[in-house]
Design a protein around this ligand. Structure first.
Ligand SMILES: N[C@@H](CCC(=O)N[C@@H](CS)C(=O)NCC(=O)O)C(=O)O
Length: 203
């Protein structure tokens, strides 16, 4: 199996952390989406990373599908609970963490357009999604040690990747001050081997 990824993609990092936690070996192929010969479109018509290329040449995307596939592939350290209610709690955390990332990525891409084409109202709308999402995540976490059922899961991985991305690109969100519960969990997540191993370069 081979993963097309970049060092800075929070979605690709989520998948890499899942593979490390589950001790599933995956070949990593670094790609640059802007390069004309970038292979991503051949495997994902949406042109997004991460993409997992299986040994038979079939591909899997997006990151939540890949994470689910990897979790099912090995019984070691289940990251998505079997029990239905807990399973969908984890998936909902993942969806919200990925969703705040989507809004952050949209703001980032908007900032790369020529200044006269940028739409301030679009940026406000996306920024509000980030702050509303982070508030719900922070309130839902409360004083718990992990996102769901006091057990490390895919929810924590998705959250940790989203928080790293948002802090790196938008330090003004003020994680410690505005979202102290998330900051506390984040401080413990980044000590894990899988998080250290996949830590993105500073930009
Ligand atoms: N929902 C997708 C989002 C993936 C995504 O947006 N990846 C970014 C890199 S961080 C990308 O490939 N962007 C290129 C584009 O949107 O054309 C997932 O979870 O895999």
């Amino acid at each position: 199996m081979k993963l097309l990824y970049s060092l800075t993609s929070p979605y690709a990092r989520k998948v890499r952390i899942v593979a490390i936690e589950k001790r599933i070996p995956i070949d990593l192929q670094l790609v640059v989406l802007a390069n004309p010969d970038c292979p991503v479109n051949l495997y994902n018509p949406l042109g997004k990373i991460p993409v997992l290329i299986m040994d038979d040449g079939q591909s899997l995307y997006d990151s939540s599908v890949i994470a689910d596939y990897l979790d099912q592939s090995s019984p070691l350290s289940n990251l998505i609970p079997q029990e239905t209610k807990l399973k969908y709690q984890v998936k909902r955390w993942e969806a919200l963490a990925d969703g705040v990332c989507d809004a952050g990525v949209a703001v980032l891409y908007e900032s790369r357009r020529p200044e006269n084409l940028q739409d301030p109202s679009f940026v406000v709308k996306q920024t509000e999604k980030v702050s509303r999402g982070l508030k719900v995540l922070n309130d839902d976490l409360g004083k718990s040690q992990f996102c769901v059922a006091e057990t490390f899961s895919l929810a924590d991985i998705a959250l940790g990747c989203a928080l790293e991305f948002l802090q790196r690109r938008f330090p003004e969100i003020g994680l410690e001050k505005n979202y102290p519960n998330l900051a506390r969990l984040y401080a413990s997540l980044i000590l894990r081997h899988s998080f250290i191993e996949t830590s993105p370069p500073s930009v």
